[in-house]
Design a protein around this ligand. Structure first.
Ligand code: NAD
Length: 290
């Protein structure tokens, strides 16, 4: 069993971006600039945004963090996005999800200019991804592709089971794994909350991507010997022994499942780090295109 190490692969992606940026600057091109909008004070969202800002700095990118009060109106958020859309120095915009309940997330995502949609959530970019056209690929599935590529994991003809069908992880992941490219060319089964016989389906999988958001859901008796297991889940589970009061758990029961796998991602230290690396890649491409 080999660990798919998000620390190593994300650092390799960042090192590559640092080199590309140096060439970019030598040609007189601008520094990539990511603008992140955070509404409210959700603990997990605060952590994710802080990490995105930190990684921008480490890679030599510029970042701007716009914080808005939990109770701002949708109109105020839309005005901020409009301003960022019009700002020639800003290459990429992300609005940290989930938003407080009174926002229409779809309307907010659709208000980001597709050329600056580095999260790859705008319907226009999703449409391009489905057709295999160049676009921004949603950061988490993109990060997983980069991970599979780094470790040269064979995907062609494999049966991939994706657990979860969300617009940001499960659905794009299933589409990308079935495309005619590497990593891809898998036969993909998408499972969700209404799937029957999930265990039997998982037992047929060469590759499992678990993205359902239930801590330690996937057990060893659901996994075929030698499978590749990618754990997307991040759930905060109360843990009095930790200073923070919680531990981060993936959707895979790592200790149980790992001995059966050929490759497996840990949580933390796996897909989460790759998501940020992929976001930086998208931001660099956004900047390079302008
Ligand atoms: P979501 O809640 O939008 O979607 C969950 C999906 O899982 C749904 O499609 C649902 O049908 C399916 N599901 C729920 N219960 C199920 C069950 N018992 N059996 C089979 N399918 C079931 O979640 P999401 O936004 O896709 O995120 C999933 C997990 O990934 C969460 O833990 C989230 O925190 C994490 N996440 C991690 C990263 C990262 O960078 N590592 C990025 C995004 C999300």
């Amino acid at each position: 069993m080999q660990i798919l190490d998000g620390k190593i692969v994300s650092q390799a992606v960042k090192d590559d971006l640092i080199q590309k940026l140096a060439l970019h600057h030598a040609e007189g091109k601008k520094t990539p600039h990511l603008a992140a909008v955070l509404v409210g004070t959700n603990g997990a969202s605060e952590t994710y945004v802080a990490s995105k800002v930190k990684n921008c700095a480490e890679t030599g990118f510029k970042s701007t963090l716009i914080r808005l009060d939990e109770n701002v109106t949708e109109e105020v958020l839309l005005e901020n996005i409009e301003r960022l859309n019009a700002d020639a120095d800003v290459d990429g915009i992300l609005v940290q999800l989930p938003l407080p309940k009174h926002f229409n997330e779809e309307k907010i995502i659709n208000s980001i200019h597709p050329d600056k949609d580095v999260d790859g959530f705008h319907p226009m970019n999703i449409g391009k991804m489905v057709q295999g056209l160049p676009t921004y690929i949603p950061a988490t599935p993109y990060g997983i592709l980069l991970m599979l590529e780094h470790y040269k994991i064979e995907t062609s003809g494999k049966h991939a089971v994706v657990i979860g069908r969300s617009n940001i992880v499960g659905r794009p992941m299933s589409i990308l794994l079935s495309r005619n490219a590497y990593p891809g060319n898998c036969t993909v089964t998408v499972c969700h909350s209404r799937t029957k016989n999930l265990k039997e389906i998982c037992l047929q999988a060469d590759i499992i991507v678990a993205a359902l958001g239930i801590a330690e859901f996937l057990k060893a008796d659901m996994v075929k010997e030698g499978a590749v297991v990618i754990d997307v889940g991040i759930t905060r589970v109360p843990d009095a022994s930790k200073k923070s009061g919680f531990a981060l758990k993936g959707d895979v029961d790592f200790a149980d499942v790992a001995p059966k796998c050929s490759y497996i991602t840990p949580v933390p230290g796996g897909v989460g780090l790759m998501t940020i690396a992929a976001l930086l890649m998208n931001t660099f491409h956004a900047s390079a295109q302008r």
